[in-house]
Design a protein around this ligand. Sequence first.
Ligand code: PEP
Ligand code: MN
Length: 359
Amino acid sequence: MAEDRLRELRNELDEINDDLLSLLSKRADIVQRIGQIKQARGMLTFDPEREKEQLDHLVQQNPGPFSDGAIRHLFKQIFQVSLGLQEEQRKLLVSRSRTTVDTVVSVKGIEIGGGKPIVVAGPCSVETPEQMEKVGAELQAQGILVMRGGAFKPRTSPYDFQGLGEPGLRMLKQIGQKYGMAVVSEIVSPNDVEMAIQYVDMIQVGARNMQNFELLKAVGSTRVPVLLKRGLSATIEELIYAAEYIASRGNEKIVLCERGIRTYEKATRNTLDISAVPILKQETHLPVLVDVTHSTGRKDIMTPVAKAALAVGADGVMVEVHPDPTVALSDAKQQMNFAEFESFMAELRQSHMIPDLEA
Ligand code: PEP
Ligand code: MN
């Protein structure tokens, strides 16, 4: 008899479980619909006040025998998994799942990501008008469309050359204009962004600042293209979230740049994570460049490494070029001189990895 009663009650419980499950699924469906509205409105998923309101209401309605604490605990669990659901469905603005169309970033009319690989070249640092004049003429002769040059240098030692600052940006702009090239330069402080966009066509966020969130927000508030470099010890996911910071402020003109990461390997300055290129292309719709200079730190392997980067789908490469690297104020060892740069370009062209000069 007692056996029968037990079975009966258990059957009843099973039915209630089924009902609870069906109610939970119904609830989850509504949670997802709310999630969509929150995302469209740019709202955060977690709303502590709304959660408190619901819990207080439930406790007030609690008929027992569960204690108020138990009810709070139970529903807190339901809220938590529901929030998880909203997080999961939230698609990042930079995510590939948003669009199958590749983003093409136009830098002063020069397209990055449009299927025509680009070489961004220039000195590590802007040093003197004479140096920049020589670089400008050389890059133009080599068909370079985007010139780089650092004016704010994030150096390891405070006693090393820190860059010329605003006068350096002015010099970069002048040479860019004279030789018909767009210019990109690193900015390290959010306070300098407004000033910098008077001079540069693209703002570089350097590896050391990839998670300087205030800087990311500041460049995200402009509508100037951003070259975002991967941090020295950043995961691919962290790089994507850094890009999302910029995009979330309304600036989707973002070019990602793999520049090597810290590993135990000493043969190269950093370890170029070549697999990051196809992964970033797969996970995001943004163009991807590879900085072959800072990743390898070695001129002797720059050409094959650049070919590898382009072969795995990079939209271009970045290299450092200096008229006389031996006297350069930063990165003297790794910058190419003009002869080296010319053979680098010739090799890439001969192997059809970049367009011919006339093209
Ligand atoms: C640079 O490109 O000038 C530079 C400093 O590179 P990174 O931030 O990748 O070290
Ligand atoms: Mn450098």
